[in-house]
Structure formats: C-alpha cells, structure tokens
Design a protein around this ligand. Sequence first.
Ligand code: C2G
Length: 135
Amino acid sequence: MILERKRVLTFGTFDLFHFGHLKLLERASRLGDELFVGISSDALNFSKKARNPIMNEIERAHIVASLKFVNSVFLEESLELKREYLLRYEADILVMGDDWAGKFDDFRDICQVVYLPRTQNISTSELLQRIKNDF
Ligand code: C2G
C-alpha cells in the first residue's frame, strides 16, 4: 500500500523571528505531513520595501530550517514565481496568514489554499516598538 504524503508550502520573510511566526508555521505543519518554507530573499524585500530586512536571508533561513516541524527551506526570489515554486516543490496545500486572504486564490487550480488567522498583538514592527520603548 502506498501512503500519500501531503506537502504544505508557505512563504514569508520571518525577520526578527517571533511567536507569531512560530505559531503560523506550527499550525501550517499540522495541515499536512511535511512543511516547506519559502524565505523571501533580501533582494525581494528590498524591491518591495526599499530596505533590507534586519536579519539577512541566510540568518532567517537557518532559524526557520532549525524548527522541528519544518522539513525544508528555499529562497523566494520573486513574488511572480509563486506558481512555479508550488509546482516545483509539489505542494498539496499553500498556507498563508490571513493578511494575505484572497491574494492567492488563483492557485486553487493546482493546490488547496488556506489562510490562517494571524496571531494578535505581535509583529516585527511591534517588536521593534517594544525595544524602542524599553531602551
Ligand atoms: N504571521 C502571523 N502572525 C503574526 C505575524 C505574522 O500569523 N502576528 C504570519 C504572516 O501572516 C505570514 C507569516 O507569518 O504568513 C510570515 O510573516 P512575514 O514574515 O511578515 O511574511 P511576509 O513578509 O508577509 O511574506 O510571498 C510572501 C512574502 O514572502 C512575504
């Protein structure tokens, strides 16, 4: 008997890795048997926000890859390549936080698309604010 393994894919920057990121990845991993994570490259971030993330892509990728419920990471070089990544890594399910709700519905022809609720009261910008307030 051949058992079908379900592969979950998600994408993110994961800068200043925090509890909201952790919960998103943990919940995503429970939707399937293995979790692959596309880490947005420094160049992609620069093109979107005109600044580099605080932690570089190597640091961000290493942290995410070290989580026990993450099986593999790769660099997301362009937002336009999502369909290609989903096909290349044979995703059964695409998971994103609900700040992206509706944005990836076009991919329902090749995989299931699930938007998970974001964890409240935590974000990279909120963390930076906490640090600024405390020092
Ligand atoms: N997230 C969450 N709760 C938070 C903060 C983030 O669930 N409090 C989720 C986001 O919804 C996202 C993931 O964690 O699904 C990663 O968040 P970011 O690093 O902010 O990723 P982002 O820059 O939105 O992704 O192709 C998308 C790009 O890679 C960008």
